[in-house]
Design a protein around this ligand. Structure first.
Ligand SMILES: Cc1ncc(C[n+]2csc(CCOP(=O)(O)OP(=O)(O)O)c2C)c(N)n1
Ligand SMILES: [Mg+2]
Length: 463
């Protein structure tokens, strides 16, 4: 994202001076819809009071506490029912057959990659992995409804976003093996993908940190969209789990996004669990969607097993996010985490196998789309078999290629932080070199590109 000129071009005084306001009439020329008039002391006969903190609140003499548990739960938007039937035939699915087939193939590819990588970790060939089982439709469906230039922030269970944007199997595998072709130089643990070309920020393990980052990026994009009226406007999109939404970062991010009215979509994947913590221990409100109203944010709850609903919701959210210069939108995508949290977890220690089996059988984004495709004679068992066998081969080939690659030069453990090496870094490098040269059997660095020599290279480069 190039925001280099932002601070120089923007003239804060002109764009951001608070509007002067007298009895509701705005005198400033540059006034956004959200910069509404502040409080005005009410007259004796007023029915509403304009306290600075709650505009338009009517007086009442009824002592009525809000009791959220008495309210009906927020509805869940869907386009297809469980059997792949379109609910509203008039509106349809607004997805071309060809595109639906691509979405299906991508979901199948993701699920096959997940299965094979999970097994590879069990065989000790990978150190760690996380699957998206049950949530393929959320990542792939939402990514398909965005503009490629929109800036995305992921948590870690959204590999489908990368796949839909064009991250190749070789790129996935290179990151998983942290080999010399990994764009992250082998510094991150597996599944922490990133892609500058695809406008997706690198995943960070520290839960929820991506949410304020996305709010900040959306604010920058808001300014950029204003400065470049000829360039198609962009938004920021942020994915996170319902567990991450318990972090303070979630609240801070949504509040600043709302007060600054930034063009952002916050997509919560509510899959029922945060590792072993079920949602019943995570919150008492009506999911994450109910929080949107508290921040004054347009909000929708969607059936994450329905890729057409995910797409339509995201498309409409994007349109709204760009309205009047920008506004944040919250979408809660409902799902069930079918797999274990990660390869480090055994979920049957805290949930019944039966519960998982039941979800697998009853509802799933892949089978639901397959039913729709079959209903339109676009898919059948032969095509399914051919797709699965071809995809399996493709994944395994990429896996083997990545496994054979050398590992990145060990110098990357030190570079990229300071322009020039510090005295202390030099000492560390010399010490490492000494240890590696003294104990070649214990530390076999030949598998790293350049071996020990890459350290000399760094010392020379940064002289
Ligand atoms: C700040 C922080 N606290 C705790 C953890 C450990 N942790 C990793 S994933 C996770 C659960 C997150 O659950 P959720 O956001 O619902 O995402 P899901 O795994 O269900 O997709 C936890 C607690 C962490 N990585 N970072
Ligand atoms: Mg979760």
């Amino acid at each position: 994202m190039s925001l280099r000129y932002t601070s120089r071009r923007i003239r804060p005084g002109k764009l951001w001076s608070p509007p002067t306001c007298l009895n509701g009439s705005h005198t400033s020329k540059v006034t956004f819809g959200w910069q509404k008039c502040r409080s005005v002391a009410s007259t004796a006969s007023a029915e509403k009071v304009l306290f600075p903190g709650a505009l338009n609140s009517e007086f009442t003499n009824t002592l009525n506490f809000l009791r959220p548990s008495n309210k009906k739960a927020i509805p869940t938007y869907r386009v297809l029912d469980q059997y792949g039937e379109v609910l509203d035939k008039e509106t349809g699915v607004d997805t071309e057959d060809g595109e639906a087939l691509t979405l299906y193939q991508n979901m199948v590819c993701l699920s096959i990659m997940d299965l094979l990588m999970f097994e590879a970790q069990r065989q000790g060939r990978l150190s760690f992995y996380m699957v998206s089982a049950g949530e393929e439709g959320i990542a792939i469906g939402s990514a398909s409804a965005l503009s490629p230039s929109d800036v995305i922030f992921c948590q870690y269970r959204e590999s489908g976003v990368y796949m839909q944007r064009g991250f190749t199997l070789d790129q996935f595998m290179s990151q998983l093996f942290a080999n010399s072709k990994d764009a992250g130089l082998g510094r991150n643990m597996p599944v922490h993908y990133g892609s500058k070309e695809l406008n997706i920020h690198t995943i960070s393990s520290t839960l929820a940190t991506q949410i304020p980052h996305a709010a900040g990026a959306a604010y920058a994009l808001k300014l950029q969209n204003m400065q470049q009226p000829g360039v198609p406007p962009r938004i920021a999109v942020c994915f996170f789990g319902e567990g991450a939404a318990s972090e303070g970062d979630f609240h801070a991010a949504l509040n600043i996004a709302a007060t600054r009215q930034v063009p952002a979509i916050f997509i919560c994947r509510n899959n029922g669990y945060a590792i072993s913590t079920p949602t019943s221990d995570q919150y008492r409100g009506d999911g994450i969607a109910s929080r949107g109203a508290g921040y004054g944010i347009d909000t929708l709850r969607v059936d994450g097993n329905d890729i057409f609903a995910v797409r339509r919701a995201t498309k409409e959210a994007r349109r709204r996010a760009l309205e009047d210069g920008g506004r944040p939108i919250l979408i809660e995508m409902m799902a069930y985490r079918v797999g274990h949290h990660s390869t480090s977890d055994d979920s049957f220690a805290y949930r019944q196998k039966l519960e998982v089996e039941d979800w697998k059988r009853r509802d799933n984004p892949i089978t639901r789309l397959r039913k729709w495709l079959e209903g339109r004679n676009l898919w059948n068992e032969d095509k399914e078999k051919e797709l699965r066998s071809r995809t399996r081969k493709d994944v395994l080939k990429a896996f083997e290629r990545a496994e054979k690659e050398k590992l990145p030069p060990i110098k990357h453990a030190f570079d990229g932080v300071y322009e020039k090496l510090t005295q202390e870094q030099r000492l560390h490098i010399e010490e490492l070199k000494d240890i590696l040269q003294r104990y070649p059997k214990e530390y076999d660095v030949d598998q790293y590109e350049g071996g020990v020599k890459s350290l000399d290279q760094l010392l020379d480069e940064k002289n």
